[in-house]
Design a protein around this ligand. Structure first.
Ligand code: NAD
Length: 286
């Protein structure tokens, strides 16, 4: 994937935010674009703007939570462009809440989009990328929330940790098959993600929690999606597994590493102590 000009990219959540920022970065390099999003109006506006700027764009209304919908989007992309080289599984939503009071329907909603949406993209597009033998690249949008857990963000955090782990597996598995894989792990980016809660199955009009209000402010002051798009292009060239964008969040990575090292440091002693306790236990009374 050294030379992107003339290649084809498929981007979910391409109507807005990070997906659109990456689309613009690819368009600047002559990549033909298939943008998939469930927001038909936003998609049309994004496609028009990119077309006006000279890009070749196919806009596809698609729900990534629905495997059939992703399959249809893939079929449309192949029908229009013949092949696909770059796939960004990026569509995602956020969900805050206090554990013990999060409706299971909301949990299923976010897992179906943030995790299964990525799985659908991988399962459907890997054979298509392999079929042309020109190689390819998959970028799965995770988050810093895929490396660091925060209170009141359990469902979002769970899906993003899953996307990071899944992407690390894919990177090992797909490298010998000519497909690079990265997990995009940004901090705050100036997008519409905070509005995604309006689609919650439990209550579309739920009032914003205090945590959600604070997150909204951080996002509004976040990094430009266009900068993220450029960072992703460079990371693909460098074949970087994890694509980070927020150096100021390094302390949370260090804290997690230290916590893991501390807990891991107890493993050998803990097993020895357990074996000693068991050896002192009269047999048959365990
Ligand atoms: P955004 O809301 O601006 O864009 C997300 C797009 O995904 C929207 O156009 C939306 O219509 C689309 N979408 C949502 N559900 C969909 C579905 N079921 N099927 C198809 N399209 C769907 O938000 P964004 O911040 O650009 O989000 C993109 C990704 O970036 C998400 O995975 C998000 O979790 C991740 N992310 C965002 C931030 C941030 O601060 N904005 C930080 C880290 C990670």
């Amino acid at each position: 994937m050294e030379d992107l000009a003339g290649k084809v990219a498929f981007i979910t959540g391409g109507a807005s935010g990070i997906g659109l920022g990456f689309a613009r970065a690819l368009a600047r390099r002559g990549v033909r674009l298939a943008l998939a999003d469930r927001d038909a109006a936003g998609l049309a506006a994004a496609a028009d703007a990119l077309t006006d700027a000279g890009a070749e764009v196919l806009a596809i209304t698609c729900d990534v939570a629905d495997a059939d919908s992703v399959q249809q989007a893939a079929d449309s992309t192949i029908a229009r462009f013949g092949k696909v080289h770059v796939v960004m599984n990026n569509a995602g939503v956020s969900l805050n809440g206090s554990s013990g009071a999060i409706p299971l329907s909301d949990w299923r909603w976010i897992v179906d989009i943030n995790l299964m949406g990525v799985v659908h993209g991988v399962e459907i597009f890997v054979p298509l990328i392999e079929s042309h033998g020109e190689g390819g690249y998959i970028i799965n949008t995770a988050s810093m929330a895929g490396h660091w857990a925060s209170s009141f963000m359990a469902p979002y955090t769970a899906t993003k940790f899953a996307v990071v782990g899944y992407s690390e597996t894919l990177a090992q598995e797909l490298a010998p098959r000519g497909i690079g894989v990265s997990a995009l792990c940004p901090g705050w980016v100036r997008t519409k993600i905070a509005e995604s809660g309006r689609h919650l199955p439990s209550n579309a009009d739920a009032p914003q929690s205090e945590a959600a209000g604070a997150i909204h402010d951080l996002i509004n002051n976040g990094l430009s999606p266009d900068v993220v798009g450029e960072v992703v292009i460079q990371a693909m060239a460098e074949k970087r597994m994890h694509i980070f964008t927020h150096d100021d969040m390094r302390p949370v990575i260090d804290l997690r590493r230290d916590a893991l090292q501390n807990d891991f440091g107890r493993a050998a002693d803990a097993v020895r102590e357990a074996e000693a306790r068991l050896s002192e236990t009269p047999s048959g009374t365990e």
